[in-house]
Design a protein. Structure first.
Length: 186
């Protein structure tokens, strides 16, 4: 039986991430130790086009279902996509729920490049981590919220985004995205 036939049978003719039936093609999950059907997933053209650089963030909400697949290759791809989208609250929540056995987690982590792990730095070049407190170093107009975040404002319990130049935090009770270059670690 061919690889594509095996994958079609396993996935019942649907994308193994989003369940679409359009433009299905095999995809070799990077960093696999094998090159058989267990290292491949069947993906639609939409998932294939966005697997490395997700643009339609809402498309990936399908991972809520597919992350529970019993197929390790599907679990690895779901974990990697959720990791790439960890700037989104819903993706972080799903990533927190997702359990991978040790071997599958090792495979998933092996496929994440060092570029994805670029640190978020404040204005002084100090690395910021999840949960840190920061202080604004200049007044910032908050678009859409109708207020100015004043210099010296303390932002507690920050969250990192998938963009190393930005963080999320609450200012005046409003969750906003802040540019890390305008912050210093408190």
């Amino acid at each position: 039986m061919s690889l594509e036939n095996t994958l079609n049978e396993r996935s019942q003719g649907q994308c193994e991430l989003c369940s679409s039936q359009n433009g299905l093609a095999p995809y070799l999950v990077p960093a696999s130790s094998q090159d058989d059907a267990d290292a491949h997933v069947l993906l639609c053209d939409k998932c294939l086009s966005e697997i490395e650089q997700p643009e339609d963030v809402n498309h990936w909400r399908c991972l809520n279902d597919s992350m529970w697949s019993q197929v390790p290759a599907v679990q690895v791809l779901a974990w990697r996509q959720l990791k790439r989208l960890s700037g989104e609250v819903w993706a972080r929540d799903l990533l927190d729920m997702l359990y991978l056995d040790d071997a599958t987690l090792k495979w998933a982590e092996a496929g994440i490049s060092d570029d994805d792990n670029e640190p978020t730095l404040d204005s002084n070049g100090t690395a910021l981590t999840e949960g840190d407190s920061v202080t604004l170093i200049k007044d910032l107009d908050v678009k859409g919220a109708g207020f100015t975040a004043k210099r010296g404002t303390l932002v507690k319990d920050i969250r990192l985004t998938n963009n190393p130049k930005h963080i999320e935090g609450k200012v005046n009770g409003v969750q906003i995205v802040l540019v890390a270059a305008f912050l210093k670690k408190a």
